[in-house]
Ligand binder design. Structure first.
Ligand code: BGP
Length: 479
């Protein structure tokens, strides 16, 4: 008997900007991701204000999912997916974000994608905004720094809710909202890089402005939740946090306090607002730390209170540690900082692998919030090799996923209400942090390479059949 629910949402996750390509087709406008060049583990990708000639912008073609969605979804169905987490590219629906009417060609595209999912009984889980802010809103308003964006976001939300009300039940308001807590979030998260060109992690940073931008995003998220609850009672709306699990490096009280502050700032600040509908008490200390005089309007508290999410989702790849001692070596990772944990090994990209940290995190979250949880990103970015016989033996990926699923099951036995699991990049796609293709996560290999070449053909990796068996046994057979 599986410890997981009978209706457990097994599946995989992608984002439009990292897989669709067709960046300027059928009326689509440029998004913030379309202004990012390629990069690598060692060379930081750049953001540009105009499209530079002879420069590779990986999102422009990506893996061409826009034209190959039917083939890709058929492969997901073959693995037995119950759920496909994907995003709608905002700029297909509103090319600049500021139009009053949506672009019919863009809307029609996602009708086809959702119909294709439904054909196989796959439940779409749609991220409304996954690093796809219309670039025009950066040029015009400096992104979410402006309160005006709440209305533009709501125009978009209303258009897609109404259009897809019979096809989509599960929605996430913003991908990894808490990346706005980090300087790295300026480009893909808050869109606060008006006029800036250069390495995407070196945008002149104004933490107070990011906190203000986040306030606008909290309001936008809450309004979307309330609008759904009022008009589409069948919908379930979740948040999405890049969970930065962190431990005190030692039991030195200085490390403990530092870690507590880190967890509050990186995780609980955004989570508490979206789940509890109000800023936590410690928010004041964060505003003070960053000299932020948060500009609010009468009624904001009510908006937040009325927009509590129905379920909590997060990405989990790694954990980190905090030390008050200045000499510790630091770690790399998706958005987070911290020091090396001597008990953990790291991936090729320096992300510290910590399956038990997933059990810890699920328990921490459920203790705090008591609402259904879902792991909507997890996985191992790795170099894959095609053998002479054409096979790809990604045992390292199977090991990573197996260990995480085992810990997920233990968390369920601990009492956590877990809805589902959608590992990241179920098909190889462009890396968000580096712009590479070489950092692969998929069960499906895509013949696309870092120089932009490749046939774009798909082939199954060893993990494909493994995951199919995992789903078929509802997680019982992980061998
Ligand atoms: C998360 C993002 C995804 C994704 C993933 C893996 O932060 O939500 O968009 O790409 O991390 O990160 P990367 O692509 O940098 O390896």
């Amino acid at each position: 008997m599986s410890v997981l629910r009978d209706d457990f949402l097994w599946g995989g996750a992608t984002a439009a900007n990292q897989c669709e390509g067709a960046w300027d087709e059928d009326g689509k406008g440029p998004s913030v991701s379309d202004m990012c060049t390629n990069g690598s583990h060692t060379v930081t990708k750049r953001v540009t204000q105009t499209i530079e000639p002879d420069t590779l912008y990986p999102s422009h073609e990506a893996i061409d999912h826009y034209h190959r969605y039917a083939e890709d979804i058929a492969l997901f169905a073959e693995m037995g997916f119950k759920c496909y987490r994907m995003s709608i590219n905002w700029t297909r629906i509103f090319p600049t974000g500021m139009e009053s009417e949506p672009n019919e060609a863009g809307l029609a595209h996602y009708d086809k994608v959702f119909d294709e999912c439904r054909k196989y009984g796959i439940e779409p889980l749609v991220t409304i905004s996954h690093y796809e802010l219309p670039f025009a809103l950066v040029q015009e308003y400096n992104g979410w720094a402006s309160r005006r964006l709440i209305d533009y976001y709501m125009n978009y939300v209303k258009a897609i809710f109404e259009r897809y009300k019979d096809k989509v039940k599960y929605w996430l308001t913003f991908n990894e909202l808490n990346c706005g807590m980090m300087p790295l979030g300026n480009v893909l998260g808050t869109g606060t890089f008006q006029g800036y060109s250069g390495p995407y992690n070196e945008v002149p940073d104004d933490p107070a402005l990011r906190l203000q931008a986040l306030h606008h995003m909290f309001l936008a998220s809450a309004k979307a939740v309330k609008y759904a609850h009022d008009n589409y009672p069948q919908f379930k709306i979740g948040n999405m946090i890049a969970f930065a699990t962190s431990y005190a490096l030692t039991c030195n009280p200085d490390d403990i306090l530092l870690n507590q502050a880190f967890m509050r700032e990186m995780n609980w600040y955004c989570s508490d607002v979206q789940v509890r509908g109000a800023y936590p008490a410690f928010a004041k200390s964060i505003w003070k730390k960053y000299n932020c005089e948060l500009a609010t309007e009468p009624g904001d508290d009510e908006i937040l209170a009325e927009g509590k999410v129905d379920f909590y989702t997060f990405s989990y790849y790694m954990s980190t540690a905090q030390s008050a001692a200045p000499t510790q070596a630091t770690v790399e990772g998706n958005l987070m900082g911290g020091v090396k944990n001597p008990y953990l090994k790291a991936s090729d990209w320096g992300w510290q692998i910590d399956p038990k940290g997933l059990r810890f995190t699920l328990n921490e979250l459920y203790d705090r919030y008591q609402i259904p949880l879902m792991v909507v990103e997890n996985g191992l970015g790795a170099y894959d090799k095609i053998e002479e016989d054409g096979s790809i033996n990604d045992d390292y990926r199977i090991d990573y996923l197996r260990l995480h699923i085992e810990e997920m099951k233990k968390a369920v036995e601990d009492g956590v209400d877990l809805m589902g699991y959608t590992p990241w990049g179920c098909i190889d796609l462009v890396s968000a942090s580096t712009g590479e293709m070489a950092k692969r996560y998929g069960f499906i290999y895509v013949e696309k390479y870092d120089d932009g070449t490749g046939t774009l053909n798909r082939r199954k990796k060893k993990s494909f059949d493994w995951y199919k068996k995992v789903i078929a046994t509802n997680g019982d057979d992980l061998a």
